[in-house]
Ligand binder design. Structure first.
Ligand SMILES: *Cc1c(COP(=O)(O)O)cnc(C)c1O
Length: 358
């Protein structure tokens, strides 16, 4: 028996979720977003499982290299482009497709010495004010990219939505209108939709959709679960119970003694904590499963351990499996309890967690 926390990634769930994307956006090609170590699920293995995707999207050149090293030849988009000129020849030789979002990157492309021509994406800022050219400059930027002789074809055009997960469609519609006007007359492919827009705004689908979180089975919407959207959680996070003890009425549990037994209590100690990415800000009373049975945490999360109130768990023993999130225990529900989103919990699973694939 190991005391390590384990994340088991269900590759069939990943493929199922990709199929949900395809059903939701049947006329679009799919760029599977696998940045941040595939949202914590393990980049190389996830990319292999999703090899049917038409392209991958990553945030860093190093992530793209990992995908090539895994033997995959899919198109790969660098969502933030490159930061240094010397990354462009590497991008060209690996067939990576940088986003060009700033005047500095535009100049780098125009002056690059490349082993072969690049495919590039131009990013337009339609109101999020993170990356991208002002809409009024889009046509001029595309012309310069066309004219510089470094590209394989016209740049594809993309923008990113700030509010597609919100019930009010107003801001998303405004962004779409701005984008349509900015790229009118250009003939590159278009891409707008993240997961929320794949599911909620068919008019954003266009040539390429860019789903991330929904591939991993978590909902992009604060109000809805992944399961209610037909998604299957890809990651199940578990750890073993390592001790079971009785605490008399009045006894306190954990740092600060914040949980106090109001009855003779049976407490289980499980081998996971914030050192594994189980957030300390999850309050006492957070649901977990012990050997398949519902239970709740008792007191504060420690670095390597949590305590669980085993009331209602039949015959608990050290070695029993504790599930922290997974099917039936959505990571996005826990995230809401911790004041964050499922994305952050999934990305926050730390190095010492043993990840395996089924
Ligand atoms: C991360 C990211 C996505 C994917 O977003 P999800 O909400 O995870 O679907 C799409 N496009 C860009 C530019 C991104 O940075």
């Amino acid at each position: 028996m190991t005391t390590a926390a384990r994340a088991v990634v269900d590759t069939a769930a990943l493929r199922h979720n990709l199929a949900v994307v395809r059903r939701s956006a049947p006329a679009s090609r799919v760029m599977a977003v696998v940045k941040a170590n595939a949202y914590g699920h393990g980049l190389a293995d996830v990319a292999r499982a999703l090899a049917d995707a038409d392209a991958f999207a990553v945030a860093r050149v190093e992530e793209a290299v990992t995908i090539r090293d895994a033997g995959l030849e899919n198109r790969i988009v660098l969502l933030e482009g490159v930061l240094r000129p010397d990354q462009l020849p590497l991008a060209a030789s690996l067939g990576l497709e940088p986003v060009v979002h700033s005047p500095e990157q535009l100049e780098m492309v125009e002056t690059a010495e490349l082993p072969s021509r690049l495919f590039a994406w131009m990013k337009v800022d339609t109101g999020m004010h993170r990356l991208g050219f002002p809409p009024a400059e889009a046509v001029a930027v595309a012309r310069r990219l066309d004219a510089c002789g470094r590209l394989q074809g016209p740049p594809a055009c993309m923008t990113h939505l700030a509010c597609a997960d919100e019930p009010d469609p107003g801001f998303t519609r405004d962004q779409l209108t701005v984008f349509a006007e900015a790229v009118a007359g250009l003939n590159g492919e278009l891409s707008v939709a993240n997961s929320a827009a794949v599911l909620a705004f068919p008019e954003t689908h266009q040539d390429w959709v860019r789903p991330g979180i929904m591939l991993y089975g978590a909902s992009p919407f604060p109000e809805r679960s992944g399961e209610s959207l037909g998604l299957r959680p890809a990651m199940t996070l578990t750890c073993p119970l390592i001790a079971v003890k009785d605490v008399a009425p009045g006894g306190r549990v954990g740092y600060g003694g914040t949980w106090q037994a109001s009855r003779p209590a049976r407490i289980g100690i499980a081998a996971i904590g914030y050192g594994d990415g189980y957030p300390r800000r999850l309050e006492s009373g957070t649901p977990v499963r012990v050997a398949g049975q519902m239970a709740r945490t008792a007191g504060r999360v420690s670095m390597d351990m949590i305590a669980i109130d085993l009331a209602g768990v039949r015959d608990p023993r050290p070695g029993d499996e504790v599930m922290l999130w997974g099917p039936g225990l959505p990571v996005e529900d826990l995230a809401a309890r911790a004041g964050t989103i499922g994305y952050e919990l999934l990305c926050g699973v730390t190095q010492r967690v043993d990840v395996s694939y089924v």
